[in-house]
Design a binder for this molecule. Structure first.
Ligand code: IPM
Ligand code: MG
Length: 368
């Protein structure tokens, strides 16, 4: 089969990691007899420099017409002074909104090969860590009414609004319940229902759905407590479902527990049959951009999610994930996952950069 993949490399390390993910995608296609037609699309700072806007219409159209979108990362200090609606981040927010990608799946698990990179004590992670964060992605404070004003009583002021409708909450909670059904049957709804009215609506909707998923144990938790529990006893979590902002924050925290944000992939999905968007959860890391040091594994694992969720190509998705594990088994490490061993790794020639990690994943790709 032939598939159209829109590739949005973006800024900073985005193009470097997306290039490796694209290589892996094409190679696994060759092995399994599929063709991936990759169309590069500018977005973010790269598009601002070229066209003056972060999300050119042509990029949006190409993404909407594709079978799936592979996204790198966007943003950087060069564009930080621009007004909100012209910032590079508007590219990803615009894509999520226009493509109605309301469900963001962010799996966080510890690769056994990288357990040394986990910053928590062994006694805390002995039960392992395998969490799926289901983050609402097209609503809440990210897209609510916002503004700035000024008056004599307050001087300058600004506001952002957290607003969720029953329908928006219901569709993401259903994804949460269904994900828990397919995993270990535990769903934790993370909110701030002791303070926020919107959170209280989330709880009401969750209660109304609970009966439809008898195999799933639903437990609500306040977000401040969840942030603490993630480092105190992360093994208690199976699926976490939460709002856009809380999901953004907790997924970065969870990624660090796994050892490196450089390992975490994500899928952003809309209605079934519509294209999904796949991106590493890390940012554009301007500090290491161009040095060839970035870890491409989160982007490569995102391409595996693309194969699995958008194209239903399970064999190729498994093959990519196995190849990543095999490269780790063989001892290859980028700097972010080197842990305390970087001197020894360097001496052994196992401390490698972006392209070489891509090479190693390619070398281990095979039909199982
Ligand atoms: C993420 C990022 C984005 C977000 C930024 C780049 C707008 O942090 O995907 O987690 O906040 O959603
Ligand atoms: Mg984030």
């Amino acid at each position: 089969m032939k598939y159209h993949i829109a590739v949005v490399p973006g800024d900073g390390i985005g193009p470097e990691v997306a290039a490796q993910a694209q290589r892996v995608l094409c190679a696994v296609g060759d092995i399994f007899g599929h063709e991936f037609m990759c169309v590069p699309c500018p977005a973010g700072g790269a598009a601002i420099d070229k066209t003056g806007v972060p999300l050119p219409d042509e990029t949006l159209q190409t993404c909407m017409k594709s079978d799936a979108v592979l996204f790198g990362a966007i943003g950087g200090p060069k564009w930080d002074a621009l007004p909100g609606r012209l910032r590079p981040e508007q590219a990803i927010l615009g894509l999520r909104s226009a493509m109605a990608l309301f469900a963001n799946l962010r799996p966080a698990r510890i690769f056994p090969q990288l357990s040394a990179a986990c910053p928590l004590k062994d006694s805390i992670i002995q039960g392992g860590l395998d969490i799926l964060i289901v983050r609402e992605l097209t609503g809440g404070i990210y897209f609510g009414d916002r503004g700035r004003s000024e008056d004599t009583a307050n001087g300058k002021f600004a506001w952002d609004t957290e607003k969720y409708s029953w329908a928006e909450i219901e569709r993401i909670l259903k994804i949460g319940f269904q994900s828990a059904q397919k995993r270990r049957g535990r769903l934790c709804l993370v909110d701030k229902a002791n303070v926020l009215e919107s959170s209280r609506l989330w709880r009401e909707v969750a209660e109304s759905l609970r009966g439809c998923y008898p195999g799933v144990e639903l437990s609500p938790m306040y977000v401040d407590n969840a942030a603490m529990q993630l480092v105190r006893n992360p093994g208690q979590f199976d699926v976490i479902v939460t709002s856009n902002l809380f999901g953004d924050i907790l997924s970065d925290e969870a990624s660090q527990i796994t050892g490196s944000i450089g390992m975490l992939a994500s899928a952003s999905l809309g209605e079934s049959g519509k294209p999904g968007l796949y991106e590493p959860i890390h940012g554009s890391a301007p500090d290491i951009a161009g040095t060839g040091k970035a870890n491409p594994l989160a982007a490569i694992l995102s391409s595996a999610m693309l194969l699995r969720y958008s194209l239903n190509l399970i064999g190729p998705a498994d093959a990519v994930e196995c190849a990543v594990e095999a490269a780790l088994d063989a001892g290859w490490r980028t700097a972010d996952i080197a842990g305390m061993d970087s001197t020894a790794l360097k001496a052994a020639g196992k401390l490698i950069g972006t392209k070489k990690m891509g090479d190693e994943v390619l070398r281990h790709l095979k039909k199982n």
